[in-house]
Design a protein around this ligand. Structure first.
Ligand SMILES: [Zn+2]
Length: 128
């Protein structure tokens, strides 16, 4: 397959996974008692710089094509949005009250990691 043939498939998959991930993240944000943020997902056609097209969640470029990888990247974009002045730190570590950041394990599972250096929980335990 050439890049031209591959691009629409990659873009469609990244868009689907980004939308699914953002929906899961918003569910968690609401469950934590915050109002649902208005997250923007940009989908751009291929160009000379991004020959497979480009999908971005609040400016964070989605580069993975697997569900957990996209979830970690989308979580980063959602956190960036939430961190704008006047907004909130989400999520926080229940043990330390510190902010957490998305990370992926060697096995490819997206997790929230506390700023103190330990894993808090999988970002979405029920996502396979
Ligand atoms: Zn902690």
């Amino acid at each position: 397959m050439t890049t031209d043939h591959l691009a629409p498939h990659v873009t469609a998959r990244r868009t689907f996974l980004a939308e699914s991930s953002v929906a899961l993240l918003i569910r968690d944000i609401r469950a934590a008692g915050h109002p649902a943020p208005d997250i923007v997902i940009d989908v751009m056609d291929p160009d000379p710089q991004f020959r497979l097209g480009k999908v971005a969640v609040e400016g964070t470029h989605i580069q993975s094509v697997d569900a957990q990888g996209v979830l970690a990247e989308a979580a980063d974009g959602v956190q960036t949005y939430l961190a704008y002045p006047g907004w909130t730190v989400w999520p926080t570590c229940p043990a330390h009250g510190l902010g957490v950041h998305p990370s992926s394990t060697a096995a490819g599972v997206a997790e929230w990691v506390c700023s103190a250096g330990h894993v808090v929980r999988p970002i979405c335990p029920d996502l396979s």
